[in-house]
Design a protein around this ligand. Structure first.
Ligand code: SIN
Length: 529
């Protein structure tokens, strides 16, 4: 059902100062802004502070085929992890353009870790047949890249960043983009820009256990859905096998990078037995969906909520140097990595589906683009190869910027218009708090628990059907009342995106990679390399 959260009306502040609006300030959003021509005026809308994003937390690194690397092998690893349902053109673009993206980051000032000869250090993660993961300051890759992008964005006179702003809806007419609505400082805004790029990140917060920051509630995807933008691969959600287990339910769980297993850490059940050999001969470095399912199986068999990650074969100095962030966090939780096993549990981590885009980030609404985790190029197939995501944000962010620049030159956009002449329907008259019957915080909690239970690592048709009925009932209820604040709009977004995910799982009819449905037969694929 199409329904705008907020349509333009005369009480809006109309902003016609910018050519391009970018929704989201992670690596995809910032890098796209920097790749756009300097004579375009760009506004970046960030839901919270610019550092409050998953990109900032990225630990393991960025997978790249550089210099004389065997690119075909990187393609092979990517599609093998993705269960051979990846978009092959997108995979080739990703890998062929990875060297250029690394060069560009170095030029912007990113200081990748290097050996004494100046060569990049490269590490190994699951399902990579050779070490090809570049990192910054050991396990602080995201921060290392983000700090440099933020510095460059602050220095760019054509880029404005607005923080604490909630983007609400796309305004379009006959599938041509016209602008977006947003809420900031108690005012409603209409940004009448020529182009929009959604870079709003993932959906981890739809689940009760996630590594994603608290703002990642799928707002950009919900906005696109309401505008009739096509979505794709909504059933493919990656669970990272090793988030730090904590008894208290937290907004987000601390990630123990796959790079730790890349260095040789092993998984043990609570009886301290190594178990991955029962599931896959690549052991701890099998693709993530396989490792996450094996851990779940062990947790079920031993009736516990966690297993252990054992990296005690290394000494303290090595661990502190290589995994400084993880070492400090474990220590603060009373775990000495060189002596103690780390309790870990799988958690929702990355969305392979999202807004359907082509190789230039274009959606089915003209001049409305999506890049990064909220976008679905099909590059990751049914399970993303570790550390391919930061590279995807860079490569396809640059491509979207190139396309926008061409369209700008060819004047393929709508000029700023007098909004009163456009005749957009008005459904919204501001927030209303009186007669509120719905407790949105209870709705949010319920949804996260239901999604964890039914749309997680192992799914079942009966439960999914019940959850879909529940989601549809809640959506109906919300649509028949007034929004009281941004929080209620966010919860509405979460229900809309969850509804699309559950529908997609039920429609999928086969278990592939991260979409493992008990009743559906598994597509028999040889995934061993
Ligand atoms: C990790 O360091 O394990 C996460 C990197 C990724 O998600 O690819």
């Amino acid at each position: 059902m199409r329904r705008y959260l907020v349509d333009y009306n005369e009480s809006f502040v109309i902003d016609q100062n910018f050519d391009v609006a970018i929704i989201g300030a992670g690596i995809a959003g910032l890098y796209t802004a920097l790749m756009l021509p300097k004579d375009l005026k760009i506004v970046i809308l960030s839901k919270k502070d610019i550092e409050d994003c998953d990109s900032y937390l990225a630990q393991g690194g960025i997978a790249a085929s550089i210099k004389n690397d065997n690119r075909e092998l990187h393609v092979k690893d990517t599609i093998n992890a993705g269960c051979y349902v990846n978009d092959l053109d997108a995979v080739n673009v990703l890998i062929n353009e990875s060297q250029e993206a690394i060069d560009s980051l170095v030029e912007l000032g990113v200081d990748f870790d290097r050996d004494s000869l100046g060569n990049f250090y490269r590490s190994l993660e699951g399902n990579h047949s050779m070490p090809r993961i570049l990192h910054v300051h050991g396990d602080s890759t995201g921060k290392g890249i983000m700090d440099i992008l933020i510095k460059n964005v602050k220095e760019a006179s054509n880029i404005t960043v607005i923080t604490d702003i909630f983007a609400m809806d796309v305004v379009d007419s006959e599938k041509i983009y016209k602008g977006i609505t947003a809420y900031h400082n108690d005012k409603f805004f209409y940004f009448n820009t020529k182009f929009c790029v959604v870079a709003s990140g993932g959906i981890g917060q739809l689940f009760s256990k996630t590594t994603n920051v608290d703002i990642l509630t799928g707002d950009g995807i919900a906005m696109a859905l309401r505008a009739g933008v096509n979505l794709d691969n909504m059933e493919y959600i990656q669970f990272h096998p090793t988030a730090f287990y904590s008894k208290d339910v937290k907004d987000k769980l601390f990630l123990i990078s796959e790079a730790v297993r890349g260095e040789g850490a092993v998984l043990r059940n609570i009886n301290e037995e190594r178990f991955m050999g029962e599931y896959d001969n690549r052991m701890e470095l099998a693709p993530r969906d396989i490792v996450a399912r094996a851990i779940k199986d062990q947790m079920d068999k031993t009736k516990t909520d966690y297993v252990y990650l054992d990296v005690t074969m290394y000494d303290k100095n090595f661990l502190k140097r290589r995994f400084n962030t993880i070492y400090s966090e474990c220590k603060s939780q009373g775990i000495e990595m060189n002596k103690d096993y780390i309790p870990v549990t799988p958690a929702a981590h990355y969305f392979m589906g999202g807004i359907k885009v082509d190789l230039y980030g274009r959606t089915n609404i003209e001049n409305f683009y999506a890049v990064g985790e909220c976008a679905c190029t099909g590059v990751h197939g049914a399970n993303r190869l570790a550390s391919n995501s930061l590279m995807e944000a860079l490569v396809f962010g640059k491509r979207a910027a190139v396309d926008i620049s061409c369209r700008m030159k060819q004047k393929k956009y709508l000029d700023y218009e007098d909004m009163n002449k456009i005749g957009i329907k008005t459904l919204f008259n501001g927030f209303k708090t009186e007669h509120m019957k719905i407790d949105f915080s209870v709705l949010k909690e319920n949804l996260k628990n239901f999604m964890e239970d039914t749309a997680g690592i192992v799914r079942s048709v009966d439960k999914l059907k019940k959850v879909l009925d529940y989601i549809n009932n809640v959506l109906y209820e919300i649509e028949n009342c007034n929004f009281s604040d941004i929080y209620s709009m966010e919860v509405y977004n979460m229900y809309q995106v969850s509804g699309a995910i559950v529908t997609s799982i039920l429609d999928s009819k086969a278990s592939i990679g991260s979409n493992y449905v008990e009743e559906y037969s598994e597509r028999s694929l040889v995934r061993q390399i």
